[in-house]
Design a protein around this ligand. Structure first.
Ligand SMILES: *Cc1c(COP(=O)(O)O)cnc(C)c1O
Length: 363
């Protein structure tokens, strides 16, 4: 038998949110609601769905790997050149491409923790060491993060707002941090949830790419644009960084349906505004109700809340699943007493809250 590369022995399997089908079958349920993977409860924009349908007639054709229309739309929105944009089969693939293009054996990469697991996965699978700074529900200090950088450091990963805590760094905090980072270290700013942020000091850093060419801003169509199933993400950075990534990018990784739906969804400001409004209202309701039940809710700028349930967190997750409600336990993130709940539609949030109240009173 062929032996896998030795780096693989350090990797653990990715733990995704449970699927609706899985829970429906296991418990024989008709109604199952999933508030576990931060998907858009309103679905994709109707305009994106229409664009998706139109692609059916050209399924026999290869996609345009260079996605010129999509790149134009992104360039216009961020005020950058198209040569500063990379796209990928979900932003997960963009993280993977960063690994392939920049992370070498014996390097290290640093990240705030707890955070999204893919950064560590990519680091380890390229033979480098991952250094996590911070723990639990406390926001990691970017000063501490800067102090952890050494001669071996290649990439610093910052998820903003952070998954799974929902907390965020302001523009001043990120800019102060960037000033401390050597130019040969890539700062991977994962803004998967940026479109949900309402804080006035939330960063808008594309205009600072000239000043900080080592900044890398990652975005996705999976969250507010509701296209998680199509797999498409993008990032903006310096021309030199992006050029290296296009070299190792699989040529047809972003399919034509994803490109067409992304372009249409990107332009549908009404759908984005509706989603944001529903999200802000949902955060208020869920926060108020969880707090009134005695649970601590971390402040969030994303489309989810992180709630401290305590020792019985796992028990709550199972109880909810058996009643048709999927949320995310955070054991795999190193927060076994917390859960992450995606903000749903009002009736979905109400369904969740009714079950949590029942669980609590039944003791
Ligand atoms: C969901 C998520 C992504 C998006 O991944 P895709 O591959 O684009 O679906 C990226 N980063 C974080 C932190 C996420 O939570």
């Amino acid at each position: 038998m062929i032996e896998p590369r030795p780096e693989l022995s350090k990797l653990s399997d990715y733990v995704p949110g449970k699927s609706i089908d899985e829970i429906r079958e296991r418990y024989g349920l008709d109604k199952v609601v999933k508030l576990a993977s931060n998907e858009n409860p309103l679905g994709a924009s109707p305009k994106a769905i229409e664009a998706f349908h139109k692609i059916a007639d050209s399924l026999h054709l290869y996609p345009r790997g260079d996605a010129p229309k999509l790149l134009d739309a992104i360039a216009q929105k961020f005020g950058v050149k198209t040569s500063q944009i990379i796209i990928g089969n979900g932003s997960d693939e963009i993280i993977d491409m960063v690994g392939k293009a920049f992370i070498r054996q014996g390097d290290n990469c640093i990240g705030i923790t707890p955070t999204f697991s893919v950064y560590k996965f990519t680091t380890l699978s390229n033979g480098a060491e991952f250094v996590g700074v911070g723990e639990g529900e406390n926001k990691t200090s970017l000063d501490e993060l800067a102090k952890a950088i050494n001669a071996k450091t290649r990439v610093v990963f910052i998820c903003n707002p952070n998954n799974p805590t929902g907390t965020y760094y302001s523009e001043n905090e990120i800019v102060d941090f960037l000033k401390k980072v050597p130019q040969n270290v890539l700062v991977f700013l994962d803004e998967a949830y940026a479109e949900f942020a309402v804080a006035e000091d939330f960063p808008h850093l594309a205009s600072k790419l000239d000043q900080f060419p080592n900044l890398f801003i990652n975005r996705t169509f999976s969250k507010i644009y509701g296209l998680a199933g199509l797999r498409i993400g993008y990032a903006v950075s310096s021309e030199a960084t992006v050029k290296a990534m296009w070299k190792i990018k699989p040529p047809f990784d972003v399919n034509q349906a994803a490109q067409a739906a992304a372009i249409a969804g990107f332009a549908d400001e009404e759908h984005v505004a509706n989603t944001r409004a529903m999200n802000s209202e949902g955060i208020k309701v869920l926060t108020r109700e969880f707090e009134s039940l005695g649970f601590k809710v971390l402040p969030t700028q994303a489309n989810f809340i992180c709630v401290r349930i305590g020792e019985r967190a796992k028990e709550l997750v199972s109880y909810l699943e058996s009643n048709g409600m999927i949320i995310r336990g955070l054991t795999s993130f190193g927060m076994p007493e917390h859960v992450r709940v995606t903000i749903g539609k009002p009736e979905e949030n109400a369904f969740l809250l009714a079950l949590v109240k029942k669980w609590k009173t039944e003791g």
